[in-house]
Design a protein. Structure first.
Lengths: 77, 216
């Protein structure tokens, strides 16, 4: 997928665990794990806002665009 | 009215589906046994009495002149306007085979359909209504219904063509309207098509569910 999620990098910088972030953001660890592994199809602005607030970062620190294999037809805006 | 409110009917539907499946299975097992018994016991050479459904005016004149023998040479028929017994044991084995093939085929499709519906209801009760597997099961039900209507039509057509000499007098009009009324099942065909459309809705529903599940 062209959108790469660097959540684990940001977590490592802050020495924060995934479980702690999930609890602070208010989503399940399963959903956060889906995002971390790059399997998510879409992310809500509210979730992105909460993650950036807790990690004190910008959306661009977490999400990067790397052109690669063509995205599937179900890409979500 | 409470009946018009959108209540979950899963429990009621489940009972109905399992009951239909059980009845269908019992009828199918009985039908297979009856078929085997009939094929063993059927006697091609006996006189037979049929109900008035097969009576034709030209045939009535024919039989008044004496016993009438079909082109197959295997069976003699005497047709009376009576409410007598229609015994499949007195029919040609070929016609009996085709008749049982039609009935058993339709009941087998019915059992297949009810089994799939029972599995769908099981998933619905577990909160997995839009699983991709259910779209596939609904497609099977739709094909079973529509296919059953088409299968039934061609089986009746086969009987009419292959055994017409046994109940149609040469020169008499073929009872097309009776054939069409008996052979066609527009409700079953339309119902099958509707279920196929619903299966496509379920397939789309599965895609939307996956999108929703993978949205964080």
């Amino acid at each position: 997928m062209p959108i790469v999620v660097n959540l684990d990098v940001e977590l490592a910088k802050r020495k924060m665990k995934l479980t702690d972030l999930a609890e602070r953001v208010g989503i399940t660890i399963a959903n956060l794990s889906i995002l971390k592994q790059g399997k998510a199809r879409a992310i809500r602005f509210s979730t992105l806002e909460a993650i950036c607030r807790e990690l004190d970062c910008q959306p661009g620190d977490i999400l990067k665009f790397e052109p690669g294999p063509k995205a599937d037809s179900t890409g979500v805006v | 009215m409470k009946l018009l409110q959108l209540q979950r009917l899963t429990g009621f539907a489940k009972v109905a589906i399992y009951l239909a499946w059980g009845v269908g299975l019992l009828v199918l097992i009985y039908g297979i046994g009856a078929f085997i018994y009939t094929m063993v016991k059927a006697d091609d050479l006996s006189d037979v009495l049929t109900t008035e459904i097969f009576e034709l005016p030209a045939l009535a004149r024919e039989q008044a002149a004496g016993p009438w023998q079909s082109e197959s040479g295997a069976v003699r028929y005497r047709l009376y306007k009576i409410y007598g017994e229609f015994s499949h044991l007195n029919m040609p084995r070929g016609m009996v085979f085709v008749a049982y093939l039609r009935v058993l085929g339709l009941w087998a499709l019915f059992v297949i359909g009810t089994v799939q519906m029972a599995r769908i209801l099981r998933d619905v009760s577990q909160g997995k209504a839009f699983a991709l597997e259910n779209a596939r099961r609904l497609r099977i039900v739709g094909y079973a219904m529509a296919g059953g209507a088409i299968f039934k039509f061609f089986m009746y057509a086969w009987v009419l063509i292959a055994f017409r000499s046994d109940f149609v007098v040469v020169g008499a009009a073929i009872p097309w309207m009776m054939f069409i009324q008996i052979a066609l099942s527009p409700g079953l065909l339309l119902g099958g098509i509707i279920v196929l459309v619903i299966s496509e809705v379920f397939r789309l529903g599965n895609q939307l569910r996956e999108e929703q599940e993978l949205t964080v």
